[in-house]
Design a protein around this ligand. Structure first.
Ligand SMILES: Nc1ncnc2c1ncn2[C@@H]1O[C@H](COP(=O)(O)OP(=O)(O)OP(=O)(O)O)[C@@H](O)[C@H]1O
Ligand SMILES: [Mg+2]
Length: 232
């Protein structure tokens, strides 16, 4: 099992108040699958994703990604794990403003063990002709394409997307979802994506509904729908 989470718990303390955010999460996803996490605001989606990506830690339980038990890693090893295995895509693209499209991707490529070819990645996201532009000279959808290129250039085993279409209009959202599906097919990248849009669940192999810190529903889709055919 590529992602194997059992009884994961996480709480945050501020002063005297403790908030139990994850209350015993069980979650499995096979290599090469697309998983989608749905759930209301505050249900713990980003917390769960951040733990899987090694930018936060669970308090207890087992979190294994491709056989690596990440809850047991020390800080240095957790950073290595994240650098070597994880690509992140966020709602607000987080590109470096004073670097061009190509340079934003190069920064990651230069510190990766076995990066993909930058031109190939630019072609995959259809941004070759804009590679010398700066982020401010791009639309939101184009910036998200670049941030996807930056996330996949290291050829990550796991691509984590936290509301990647949250700031985009309908047609642009669909083109980004189609691109993610293409990345999944072309590179075999396992993708876990958070969304508020339940219609998108049709493109996933597996759908997790999070409610108040537990998986309230876990559905396996036998048939997945191409993103460009999903309407909402
Ligand atoms: N670093 C933190 N310190 C304290 N509380 C936190 C921290 N991060 C998250 N929380 C709390 O944990 C809960 C879950 O947050 P999380 O960001 O995981 O929710 P979410 O499901 O991603 O919500 P949204 O859909 O709004 O992004 C919230 O109540 C939030 O306030
Ligand atoms: Mg969130």
């Amino acid at each position: 099992m590529f992602i194997d989470v059992s009884n994961l718990k996480k709480s945050y303390k501020s002063g005297m108040v403790t908030t139990n955010v994850l209350k015993g999460i069980d979650m499995k996803l096979e290599k090469g699958e697309i998983g989608i996490i749905l759930g209301p605001s505050g249900s713990g989606k980003s917390t769960l994703m951040n733990i899987l990506g090694g930018i936060d830690r669970g308090d207890s339980g087992r979190v294994a990604v491709d056989g690596i038990e990440i809850n047991n890693l020390n800080d240095d090893k957790l950073t290595d794990y994240r650098r070597e295995n994880i690509g992140f895509v966020f709602q607000f693209y987080n590109l470096v403003p004073n670097l061009t499209v190509e340079e934003n991707i190069e920064v990651v490529s230069n510190i990766s063990k076995s990066p993909l070819n930058i031109d190939e990645v630019l072609a995959a996201v259809e941004m070759q002709d804009k590679k010398h532009r700066f982020p401010r000279e791009l639309s939101g959808g184009e910036q998200q394409r670049v941030s996807i290129a930056r996330a996949i250039v290291k050829n990550p085993k796991l691509l984590l997307c936290d509301e990647p279409t949250g700031a985009l209009d309908y047609l642009t959202s669909r083109s980004i979802l189609k691109l993610l599906q293409q990345v999944n097919q072309k590179y075999g990248t396992t993708i876990l994506m958070i969304t508020h849009n339940a219609a998108i669940a049709a493109m996933a192999n597996r759908v997790f509904k999070l409610r108040s810190g537990v998986i309230a529903e876990d559905t396996v889709n036998q048939i997945t729908v191409p993103a460009e055919r999903i309407e909402w």
